[in-house]
Design a protein. Structure first.
Length: 418
């Protein structure tokens, strides 16, 4: 009796002072399906994973992020191989619409051979960080890194500004306003980037003008990437109430995913990533040492195109976040938790691309790592999982229910290039 009174008083206090709201709800908003597979508590965890929010988070550093004219222009840049050093590589070379906007190769071949696996671009606009090491804090600055990256497109910003002037001037000016006087090749040489004599000799104002065109190319590409959303996977239909949308094996796999497999510790949002970086001890195999996030932080902070820089359209939030970042040794060997949506389409896996199948990834997790050559310390909480053969195949079955509907096809048709 006394306990009951205390309980009532405590609840009244919580009610009065409003601190009861933070309590995790015991009961889910929508009740669990009546097939006795999931408890109500499990069901409320599952509901955190679906649906994908209607729109990706806003991108204040890019004022044209949601402008459709910009997206159309960005789509053309995405498929245009002229935007590369030798005219043979485009974004789509490694992010193929036919393979979930990822690459079937372990490491991609562009202007050179890289040392990391190309991630999917589906739902990429929901990411807080770009690249496995998070060295870009916006999609538009990520695109610039690819356009000039030695292993990707390896061209130069002056080359790209001239391509825009030659082939896309009208569409560009509709979105971004007047181009600089690029026909004057004495002022604006046809090729070059910082570090090249041709670029370094230009006046500061002209360099700034070219950097602005370069940044705008990235902003148009981001506007296109923001439309690459894939939703309504069988898993989403299941959570929305269609109990038949996924198989009994997949349901058991889901139970393992949020339970014994502890996958939910990191893959815990509707995009199935915590937007954080972890060291799973994935071996580098034949690839060179990779410090991951540790090196990524320094690269991000020194990037003139980061969200806090002069080419950003709103530096306030980005600067606050950047100020928090520090390359401390704990980040050695950490990589970004990737999305698991559409993961069945995007083999091979992990940042190295050395794991050919979902089975091999799960076996790696099950063993609690396999040793081998990796940088830094494996996260201490990761222990062998003791999963049975059945639990492993169920997990794969579940991951296969995360393949969503592709973005509308008109966005995927290779446009007729001028
Ligand atoms: C030569 C192959 C290649 C080309 C060309 C290429 N990429 Fe990538 N892309 C990759 C690889 C590999 C990664 C991962 C690299 C890393 O993390 O260091 C990546 C990462 C990304 C990411 C980060 C995704 C994430 O989840 O972290 C985005 C976004 C992206 N690329 C978009 C583009 C765009 C836009 C273009 C064209 C301007 C482009 N890529 C050109 C191979 C390529
Ligand atoms: C401690 C956080 C953490 C836990 C727990 C975790 N993951 Fe991951 N997952 C990651 C990170 C980080 C990566 C990328 C690692 C890398 O490439 O170095 C990853 C990669 C993956 C990939 C490869 C995706 C791709 O595109 O390459 C799959 C599949 C995956 N995880 C599934 C699972 C499953 C299933 C479980 C549970 C059995 C699980 N993860 C548990 C953090 C985690």
């Amino acid at each position: 009796m006394r306990l009951l009174i205390l309980f009532i008083i405590a609840n009244a206090a919580l009610f009065l002072f409003g601190c009861g709201e933070e309590k995790a709800p015991e009961m889910a908003a929508v009740p669990a399906p009546e097939d006795n597979i999931f408890t109500n508590r499990e069901w409320s965890v599952i509901q955190r994973l679906s649906p994908l929010p209607e729109a990706p988070p806003p991108s204040p550093t890019n004022r044209v992020a949601d402008n459709l004219n910009a997206a159309q222009l960005g789509q053309m840049f995405f498929f245009d191989t002229r935007f590369s050093k030798d005219g043979t590589v485009a974004c789509a070379t490694c992010h193929s619409p036919f393979h979930g906007f990822a690459d079937v190769e372990a490491t991609s071949l562009g202007a050179g051979r890289g040392t990391r696996n190309a991630p999917t671009l589906l739902n990429v606009a929901y990411n807080q960080w770009q690249f496995w090491d998070g060295r870009a804090d916006t999609l538009w600055s990520q695109a610039l890194a690819a356009l000039e990256g030695e292993i990707e497109q390896a061209g130069t910003r002056l080359q790209y500004a001239h391509l825009v002037h030659q082939y896309y001037a009208a569409d560009y000016e509709t979105v971004f306003g007047a181009l600089p006087e690029l026909e004057d090749t004495a002022r604006f040489p046809t090729d070059g980037k910082p570090g090249d004599v041709a670029f370094d000799r230009m006046s500061e104002a002209d360099q700034h003008a070219v950097n602005t065109v370069f940044a705008n190319i990235g902003k148009a590409i981001e506007a296109y990437e923001r439309l690459l959303i894939s939703r309504n996977a069988p898993f989403d239909r299941f959570v929305a109430g269609d109990t038949e949308a996924i198989s009994p094996e997949a349901k058991r796999g889901l139970k393992t995913f949020i339970g014994k497999g502890v996958c939910i510790l990191c893959h815990d949002t509707p995009t199935f990533t915590d937007n954080e970086f972890h060291n799973l001890g994935v071996p580098q195999g034949p690839l060179p040492e990779d410090a991951g996030r540790y090196a990524g932080i320094s690269l991000l902070l020194s990037d003139p195109f980061n969200g806090g820089g002069v080419y950003s359209d709103d530096t306030a939030v980005a600067t606050r976040i950047l100020n928090f970042l520090e390359p401390i040794p704990r980040h050695q060997g950490e990589f970004k938790t990737p999305t698991l949506r559409n993961v069945a389409l995007t083999a091979p896996y992990f940042h190295t691309g050395e794991f050919p199948t979902l089975e091999s990834v799960i076996e790696f997790n099950n063993l609690g790592g396999t040793g081998g050559n990796f940088v830094g310390q494996r996260e201490r909480t990761l222990e062998p999982l003791q999963l049975s053969e059945q639990e492993k195949t169920d997990l794969v079955e579940f991951l296969e229910t995360l393949t969503g509907e592709s973005p509308p096809t008109h966005l995927l048709i290779k446009p007729n290039l001028p």
